[in-house]
Design a binder for this molecule. Structure first.
Ligand code: COA
Ligand code: AMP
Length: 630
């Protein structure tokens, strides 16, 4: 069956389609049906089943004779080490950690925050939670203490599992002091913390609250897998929205497993025993779905890579990892390839490695620019699949499903909708627009299994953010169009979310931090085009009359504040001082127009602008920063 037939099969009988996909999962109690639509427009999948994620990701493979196969390969060019963990070892380690968590009172439904770098123990912590039915929430290591505190207050974890440190090129990231500061700032306090001491830095533990990873497990009874309901939250993953408060995306247990299992063959063409590598971070959705859960659920080997695409020691590190571990499908962000292309434009380093195992390259996280896609096609000589998805969906909305059929590639397009997604491009009034016309991209409800049923503790916000604007649809927040062959093109966000090096960031959150500076009266943050990172944040500051310090000093402090409050990952380095911000007569800041000026694009003077002269001042300030770049 080709793509069209599979998609039509889903359209004709969605319940049958997903019940057949559900056969790839080991159930304690099978679901009676796939979709539960009683609370529409809120939907659930496989809600009445009983199942355990850790069993499906780990134990069942040992039972089936895969115990000696590698489940995880850790490759860290930063520490110059490589290590493999078999499925049997993984089961024993996870059961032991889960047993120790249970002995300290962690039970089904309790939340556990995980704040760890790219080491196998991060996956073990996730799986130990899954084993107990505890709900994990992984926080990316590049966030600052304040962001961690915000998540602690929202998730209210019983425990926090962290490592003593993370390793960035040339710098040790001191996780433990960040964790201590976050707990001090948070109003909710965890009962206890578990700290994995890395040899690069041994952290000081707080007696009575902190326990060392190994001693904590000493002498405890290993835990068995606890069955949970199909709609039980497997995890919460916070992502950026329009405001400073992150959204807690909830991932439901059964739909998550069914969908991921289906994608591994259909999209990534991965079978049990194959090696799959997603070069992302466990702190992002790609890390959850395709470093941890999907490869393990299907019985493949996953790679946990601690490093960067360049400077390790050169821009050939990705190719070395693919060669040494015989990677079949590789997934990364376009930014990473742009970084490599910049260092190795002719792809000479690629030629130094044997990449015969590699069958396809997958890109996501941001728009894949044609130059980068073509460079990869030329030098790797494998299909390059751009695919589009979001934290909210947990798996691809649109892709080229190589495991079903390799469709012709159209550079600049993530190809076609996957079964489960009825994608429509709508005008402001919610009416579908003709092919080739730009509009808001929405997905007809219900969304497929594995996608978010709600936001943690924020059902109202879920309805307002995603369901209200276009009744009957899920609003993706992306704008784009569909061509006459049904291929999607994702062009921009419709909200204030920006994408910096494949990292999703909220300009609203940065504005909140800038506004907290005592000399800043008003501010705006926009995302400007950046050759390497896709977008970079840029701040405009209006200062209070009688500001106490010179403008350059205030700018420097503001840059420091964003790093301190949100974290280095925000990569906020550019800001300028202006007298006023361009606004509509009703007071809305014209961010879109400022982006166009900064990017050197043509723009139409907004009819509602309050005072057009301000745009000249904005253009002058941008020139001072060297924008638009020639
Ligand atoms: N813990 C602590 N700090 C982190 C971090 C982590 N896990 N990850 C990133 N940071 C820090 C970096 O050290 C850097 O700090 P600096 O300002 O002191 O240099 C800052 O956050 C920005 O990091 P990054 O976005 O990684 O930029 P970079 O300039 O270090 O590297 C690239 C540029 C292109 C090589 C890098 O962005 C990259 O590999 N991108 C791919 C991203 C990706 O895979 N995303 C997943 C989405 S699917
Ligand atoms: P995140 O939730 O961090 O995965 O970010 C999701 C957002 O990243 C999407 O809403 C898009 O704006 C953008 N994005 C992800 N993948 C793609 C892609 N293949 N093409 C264009 N934009 C993408």
């Amino acid at each position: 069956m080709g793509y069209k037939e599979v998609y039509a099969e889903w359209q004709a009988d969605p319940n049958g389609f997903w019940m057949r996909a559900a056969e790839g999962i080991d159930w304690v109690q099978k679901p009676s049906k796939a979709l539960f639509g009683e609370n529409a427009p809120l939907y659930e999948w496989f809600a009445d089943a009983q199942v355990n994620t850790c069993w499906n990701a780990v134990d069942r493979h040992v039972e089936a004779g895969r115990g000696e196969q590698l489940a995880i390969i850790h490759d860290s060019p930063i520490t110059h080490s490589t290590k493999g963990i078999t499925y049997r070892e993984l089961r024993d380690r996870v059961a032991s950690l889960a047993g120790a968590l249970r002995a300290k009172g962690v039970e089904k439904g309790d939340r556990v925050i995980i704040y760890m770098p790219m080491i196998p123990e991060a996956l073990e912590a996730m799986l130990a939670c899954a084993r107990l039915g505890a709900i994990h929430s992984v926080v990316f290591g590049g966030f600052a203490a304040h962001e961690l505190a915000v998540r602690i207050n929202d998730a209210k974890p019983k425990a926090i599992i962290a490592a003593s440190c993370g390793l960035e090129p040339g710098r040790v990231v001191h996780y433990k002091p960040l964790l201590d500061r976050a707990i001090e700032e948070a109003t909710h306090k965890p009962d206890f913390c578990v700290i994995f001491q890395r040899e690069q830095e041994v952290a000081k533990l707080i007696e009575g609250r902190d326990f060392a990873w190994h001693t904590f497990q000493y002498g405890v009874e290993p835990a068995d897998c606890v069955p949970v309901e199909g709609n039980h939250p497997a995890y919460i993953l916070y992502t950026s929205g329009t405001t400073g408060a992150p959204k807690g995306v909830v991932r439901p247990t059964a739909g998550h497993m069914v969908a991921l299992h289906w994608t591994m063959k259909a999209i990534y063409d991965i079978d049990p025993g194959d090696v799959f590598w997603a070069a992302s971070d466990v702190g992002w959705v790609v890390g959850h779905s395709y470093i941890c859960y999907a490869p393990l659920i299907v019985g493949a080997t996953t790679i946990v890579f601690e490093g960067k695409p360049v400077g390790m020691p050169d821009a050939g590190v990705f190719w070395r990892v693919i060669q040494n571990h015989k990677v079949k499908s590789f997934f990364t962000a376009p930014t990473a390839l742009r970084a490599i292309k910049r260092e190795d434009p002719e792809g000479q380093l690629i030629g130094e490695y044997n990449l015969r195992s590699l069958q396809a390259l997958y890109l996501a996280g941001e728009r894949a620019d044609p130059d980068t896609v073509q460079w990869a096609q030329r030098h790797l000589d494998v299909p390059v699949v751009d695919h589009w998805w979001q934290t909210e969906t947990g798996w691809a909305i649109a892709a080229n499903p190589l495991g079903i059929e390799e469709l012709p590639t159209k550079v600049g397009s993530p190809s076609v909708p996957m079964p489960g997604y009825d994608v429509q491009v709508l005008d402001e009034g919610g009416h579908p627009v003709p092919a080739g016309t730009l509009g808001a991209i929405a997905v007809k409800l219900p969304l497929p299994p594995g996608t978010l049923p709600t936001l943690w503790n924020a059902e109202d916000r879920f309805r307002k953010s995603y369901l209200e604007h276009f009744p009957g649809y899920y609003e993706t927040g992306d704008a784009g169009f569909v061509d006459e062959d049904g291929y999607l093109y994702i062009m921009a966000r419709t909200d204030d979310v920006i994408n910096v090096a494949g990292h999703r960031l909220s300009t609203g959150a940065m504005e909140e931090v800038l506004a907290s500076h005592p000399d800043v009266a008003e501010c705006a943050v926009i995302g400007v085009s950046d050759k390497l990172k896709g977008q970079a944040p840029l701040g405009f500051l209006c200062l209070n009359k009688g500001a106490t310090k010179p403008a350059p000093e205030i700018i420097k402090e503001c840059v420091g504040l964003v790093r301190e409050q949100i974290g280095p990952v925000a990569a906020f380095k550019l800001a300028c001082v202006v007298d006023r911000l361009p606004k509509t007569r009703s007071g809305k800041i014209l961010r879109g127009t400022m982006v166009k000026i900064a990017d050197g694009e043509d723009f139409k003077m907004p009819a509602t602008i309050d005072d057009p002269a301000i745009l000249d001042e904005i253009a002058g300030a941008l020139k001072g920063l060297g924008l638009p770049a020639a």
